[in-house]
Write a protein that binds this ligand. Structure first.
Ligand SMILES: [Zn+2]
Length: 325
């Protein structure tokens, strides 16, 4: 990190489609990590090395703040906190996902498996996708948060007076932390430089009624654009020096995506998988869940707007454009 904000970006390589994850280390007033890599010896050793390089160590860490409950952002929290005396902070709505990680993961897996099947995914591809998902489960384990953060909470880390902002969309629990004076933010997966963060579809029974991932994400992007940030430090990749421009780009991309899906439906009713094949030809199986999330996320917003209707039977799910007058 070029600027001296008293924070260190620790980049940890990942064995996932996204090549690395960032943990941010704040030495003062309490040695704090903002996001921690997945669970496992390799990640603990790498994190230890990165901390040693900036004059600290895992044993000194007293607080872990988590931007959102994804394995590549909290997986090793339990192991780091094992020795005791380590605070763990996360948004109040994410407590259950952390405390009941295993059950939550299985429930999510079952939800997506059933949705994939209904969406017309061939069995072989379904098998590959669920195996990938099962493999991911081992990169984290349950951990109990000690402080549940709310939108607007304030605290000091190194030279910064940070304020927590709830930015639902990528998950319903995402938070970013910003310093209003210098307009610096730590954005987790909410805002990334080279990847458009996926508004992940949620199980309807764990989110407030009417929660829509795509609309929530767009609303959060609009809100954060209004903060006129100067620099954003994301959960993956390099800092973003013109965050508002990046947000405008992402909102335009969402508008284009809407048009593409409507265009596909203009040729007739389609299953989500048929839409995925048109939108993402040659998609690797480990990206299928993200694609499904995105497509169904947009279709849900179209449903809310009265643009499409869903046809769902015991065996399948398809969508068609409503007849317009
Ligand atoms: Zn994430």
């Amino acid at each position: 990190m070029k600027e001296n904000y008293g924070v260190h970006q620790l980049k940890i390589p990942l064995p996932f489609p996204v090549a690395s994850v960032n943990s941010y280390f704040f030495p003062e007033p309490i040695p704090t990590l903002l996001d921690v890599p997945p669970m496992g010896d390799y990640f603990m050793k790498t994190l230890e090395k990165r901390l040693n390089a900036v004059g600290s160590s895992l044993a000194e860490i007293r607080r872990i703040i988590i931007t959102h409950p994804h394995i590549d952002h909290f997986g090793s929290a339990r192991d780091i906190a094992e020795k005791g005396g380590v605070e763990i902070w996360i948004h109040e709505t994410a407590a259950q996902a952390l405390e009941e990680y295993e059950e939550d993961f299985l429930d999510t897996n079952r939800f997506f498996e059933s949705l994939l099947r209904k969406s017309g995914i061939p069995e072989e591809l379904l098998g590959q996708t669920t195996r990938f998902f099962d493999w991911l489960k081992g990169f984290a384990c349950r951990v109990v948060p000690t402080r549940l953060l709310k939108n607007g909470d304030e605290f000091r880390l190194s030279s910064m007076n940070l304020r927590a902002v709830h930015v639902p969309g990528h998950t319903p629990h995402c938070m970013l932390f910003w310093e209003p004076d210098r307009k610096i933010a730590f954005t987790g997966d909410f805002l990334l430089k080279d990847i458009s963060s996926n508004p992940l579809l949620q199980r309807p029974w764990v989110v407030p009624q009417g929660y829509r991932s795509v609309t929530s994400h767009a609303r959060s992007l609009e809100n954060v654009r209004g903060m006129k940030l100067k620099v954003a430090f994301p959960g993956h990749g390099e800092p973003i020096y013109r965050p508002s421009e990046r947000i405008t780009e992402l909102l335009r991309f969402m508008t284009r995506r809407k048009k593409q899906i409507r265009h596909i439906l203009s040729t007739g009713a389609a299953t989500p998988f048929q839409i995925i094949l048109r939108l993402f030809p040659g998609l690797p199986p480990d990206q299928l869940l993200l694609a499904l999330s995105e497509v169904i996320g947009y279709l849900e917003t179209f449903e809310d707007e009265g643009l499409v209707e869903r046809h769902e039977t015991g065996h399948g799910l398809s969508f068609r454009l409503m007849d317009r007058q």
